[in-house]
Design a binder for this molecule. Sequence first.
Ligand SMILES: C/C(=C\Cc1c(C)c(O)c2ccccc2c1O)CCC[C@H](C)CCC[C@H](C)CCCC(C)C
Ligand SMILES: Nc1ncnc2c1ncn2[C@@H]1O[C@H](CSCC[C@H]([NH3+])C(=O)O)[C@@H](O)[C@H]1O
Length: 230
Amino acid sequence: MSNPSVKQIFDRIAPVYDQFNDWLSWGQHRIWKQMTVQWSYAKPGAVAIDLCCGSGDLTRTLARQVGKTGTVYGVDFCPNLLAIAKTYYSWTPIHWIEADVLQLPFGDRTFDAATMGYGLRNVRDIPQCLQEIHRILKPGATIAILDFHHPTNPLIQQFQQWYLDGIVVPYAQHQGLTEEYAYIMPSLARFPAGPEQVSLATKAGFDCAVHYPIVGGMMGVLVATKSVNS
Ligand SMILES: C/C(=C\Cc1c(C)c(O)c2ccccc2c1O)CCC[C@H](C)CCC[C@H](C)CCCC(C)C
Ligand SMILES: Nc1ncnc2c1ncn2[C@@H]1O[C@H](CSCC[C@H]([NH3+])C(=O)O)[C@@H](O)[C@H]1O
């Protein structure tokens, strides 16, 4: 396999995606997603969006927070993962949309809140992605973006590298998905650290942006709010 696209990678891992996340994170990814939804400040009855929704874990957590009177949109460009997302039941209406997050099929100022889990690291153009998110949010709305991060503590950094190279990749090898999972490490290496993410969000027009390292800095959540005057 030579240089697969991000879309091809996720189409190939789709059948094992949910199980791998549960096993390899020891179920912890659900807690990280719950924190992200709380940081989006989505209120009951809100119209909310989950970008790069994949099989829809974060989307369903967001749906629980906005409740039966709310509406949720899940957007992803990978049809195989969206097909899995559609098989789960949700009390809150969820609309699944196949689209590229760099060109969202929504009008300006549409959403009260937004989340994105493990998407930003994969997009071709992070500044454009942040601008596009800013465009679709209502003034005063917040996006919470969860992704891998760079631990500052050298011991935790070593652990993260060992866990990805020594546990995650060999585990994926059993399913013939070595190269797909080997993609995580280099994609993390080029991903900007918290302070740079904050500056990119500010440049994209966000009024207030804060990056919270979690899991010892191995993961992080960027929380950015659109100015009430914009
Ligand atoms: C939900 C998670 C990963 C999903 C994922 C993402 C985001 C990708 O971009 C992928 C790219 C290519 C192939 C597969 C991808 C993928 O599946 C994190 C949870 C799972 C992750 C693999 C474990 C990470 C473990 C870290 C280093 C800390 C472990 C700490 C626990 C032991 C508590
Ligand atoms: N440009 C893009 N537009 C839409 N989806 C994308 C783009 N780049 C990556 N993705 C999706 O981003 C997802 C990353 S995996 C994360 C899935 C989900 N949010 C979860 O936390 O479990 C995959 O489903 C990809 O298909």
